[in-house]
Design a protein around this ligand. Structure first.
Ligand SMILES: *Cc1c(COP(=O)(O)O)cnc(C)c1O
Length: 387
């Protein structure tokens, strides 16, 4: 039998051991954990909505009226009027005819890829795609190949020799690097090769584009250019869940074929009501995105001034990683920040390629300038002096 203790010890020795820490407060720029307060620079709560009182109230009101549990999967009797209304509103938000809710983004990605691709087909993925997209590609049974990061020419070379139905898959905003995919070039390549383009905009929806319409809106890409769009609700929207948007045929097909849609309990109807409240706020409060843009500029200027600009990645989004190198060094840097009351996670392999372990700093519209400056001061003290 496999010796789990030995494997765990090996992970610990390599600086790759992971453990969740328990949070004793609501999400926000300051959170409580382990009996003290922390300045939080690692959540995906980009717009500061995870603990918004209006959204919490919508959840409470809907729970009082409809209860907590959905009771069953969507195709049994778990599809409530709140789910239906949210799907219509997400379709309008994305400018697509229909949208379909999934319980999480991970499940949406498994469901979409395993439904659209099968044996004999080709799934082509950016090398830095989110793990759930890679897992979906594997689950589909199609031939999975990965093209060089954000490289439309490398994709085109692979498309030219790929067999079967071709499905190209990319993050809209890369979750560990923060850069935006070259979507117009990818869409052109897909059009030339009659391939599907699937964009997972988990970190774009809410945070980018007018009214938070995401990285596709940023580039003005329509349903013809990008037939399959995936969004998640646990990041900028501040709730949880995910959706796929596209044509009526796509959604009907997924309802028949996507097993992670069919064989799982529908999320709480109260959660759908909360997300409906969030969607209204996301669209109405452009000031949150303006505030984020100001914080991103302040962070990058401050980092340059402190001399670690070269370790920043070319990101214009609230994901602002600082590349450190080895897993051990990234962990040590995160620990030195923790010693100063700042919570930033060290992202290590296999989440990122070996040698590029990093501090994944994320910004939220709820951060103040003073809090950001505290982060910069702590980084100046915690990071090894730039070479
Ligand atoms: C977070 C994330 C997911 C997973 O979404 P969940 O709703 O958290 O399961 C999928 N894709 C990308 C790019 C993500 O960053």
């Amino acid at each position: 039998m496999r010796d789990l203790a030995v494997e765990l010890a090996a992970l610990r020795a390599a600086g790759l051991y992971r453990a969740p820490r328990t949070v004793d407060s609501a999400q926000g720029p300051v959170i409580a954990s382990g009996g003290r307060e922390w300045l939080n620079f690692c959540s995906n709560d980009y717009l500061g909505l995870a603990a918004d009182a209006r959204i919490a109230q919508a959840l409470a009101t809907a729970a009082a009226r409809r209860g907590c549990g959905s009771g069953a999967a969507h195709l049994v009797c778990g599809h409530s009027a709140e789910h239906a209304a949210l799907e219509e509103e997400l379709a309008a938000f994305t400018g697509r005819p229909r949208a379909l809710l999934f319980s999480t983004g991970y499940l949406a990605n498994l469901g979409v890829l395993a439904a659209l691709a099968g044996r004999g087909d080709s799934v082509l993925e950016d090398r830095l795609n989110h793990a759930s997209l890679l897992d979906g590609g594997r689950l589909s049974g199609a031939r999975l190949s990965r093209y060089a990061h954000a490289d439309a020419e490398a994709l085109e070379a692979k498309l030219a020799v790929a067999g079967g139905e071709r499905i190209v898959v990319t993050d809209g905003v890369f979750s560990m690097d923060g850069d935006v995919a070259p979507l117009p070039a990818l869409a052109d390549a897909c059009r030339r090769h009659a391939a599907w383009l699937v964009v997972d905009d988990a970190h774009g929806f809410g945070a980018l584009g007018p009214q938070g319409r995401g990285s596709l809106a940023l580039h003005g890409l329509d349903a013809e250019a990008v037939p399959v769009v995936i969004g998640t609700l646990g990041k900028a929207f501040g709730t949880s869940g995910a959706f796929v948007a596209g044509s009526a045929e796509l959604i009907e097909y997924l309802i028949q074929k996507a097993r992670p849609y069919i064989y799982t309990t529908a999320s709480s109807p109260a959660l759908a009501a909360a997300t409906r409240a969030s969607l209204r706020i996301v669209q109405a409060e452009d000031w949150r995105r303006a505030r984020l843009a100001a914080l991103i500029a302040r962070f990058r200027a401050g980092a340059e001034q402190l001399g670690f600009g070269a370790q920043l990645l070319p990101s214009t989004t609230p994901i602002q990683p600082i590349v450190i190198g080895t897993a051990e060094d990234a962990l040590a840097a995160a620990q030195r920040l923790a010693d100063r009351g700042i919570w930033v996670t060290a992202i290590r392999p296999p989440t990122v390629p070996a040698g590029s372990a990093r501090l994944r700093v994320t910004l939220s519209a709820a951060h103040t300038d003073a809090q950001l400056d505290r982060l910069l001061d702590a980084l100046a003290a915690a990071l090894p002096a730039p070479a």
